[in-house]
Design a protein around this ligand. Structure first.
Ligand code: 5GP
Ligand code: MG
Ligand code: MG
Length: 182
């Protein structure tokens, strides 16, 4: 129990649901990458919890890289124009990239990231996202592995923030409107 729990109106995905979904996703990834070692590319900061739990659940070896991107536009809607704040530390030519994302909302960030990484001549690029919102359907982004489809509402926890807080909650929840100053 955390003092942050008081700010949460409802649980959207529980800790238990997250953990069992990760076990399921890891089994699929293990099977698909039976003869390859995926390079997990985590998108900072939201994917940190998911990436660390997923990597430990895979029974085969993987390696890790992180990227940080910022999308121009307001805080709540992304514009699709993306700037790299932190790039990969290595050349990914010939590697099997698995992008690890927290949530796909409009899909604009991911769509840009996919093109950017594909241009670096990896052997393959796939995506695993813990959460996906219905709007994601509007932009064609091929996402091979999806944890949960959730309603179109703002969620926090398990890596996802509101004003940099709530990332440390072990579950995904909906914030009380009073927290936004409403
Ligand atoms: P997209 O380009 O798909 O619209 O933006 C995706 C990014 O927006 C996510 O990686 C995440 O950082 C942020 N985002 C989208 N929906 C939510 C949400 O419900 N809660 C939080 N905390 N961040 C979100
Ligand atoms: Mg993200
Ligand atoms: Mg954020």
């Amino acid at each position: 129990m955390s003092v942050l729990d008081d700010d949460i109106e409802a649980t959207v995905v529980s800790t238990e649901e997250i953990q069992s979904k990760i076990t399921e996703l890891a089994a699929r990834i293990d099977a698909d990458y039976a003869d390859r070692e995926p390079l997990l590319v985590g998108v900072l900061k939201g994917a940190v919890m998911f990436m660390s739990d997923l990597a430990r659940e895979l029974s085969r070896p993987s390696t890790m890289e992180f990227m940080a991107c910022s999308s121009y536009g307001s805080n709540t809607t992304s514009s699709g124009v993306v700037r790299i704040l932190k790039d990969l530390d290595r050349d990914v030519t010939g590697l099997d990239i698995l992008i690890v994302e927290d949530i796909i909302d409009s899909g604009l960030t991911l769509s840009w990231l996919l093109k950017n990484l594909q241009a670096r001549n990896p052997a393959s690029v796939e995506v695993v996202a813990l959460l996906r919102k219905p709007d994601a359907i509007k932009v064609q982004v091929p996402v091979k592995y999806v944890g949960f489809d959730i309603p179109n509402e703002f969620v926090v926890g398990y890596g996802l923030d509101y004003a940099e807080r709530y990332r440390d909650l072990p579950y995904i929840g909906r914030l009380r409107p009073s927290v936004y100053g409403g």
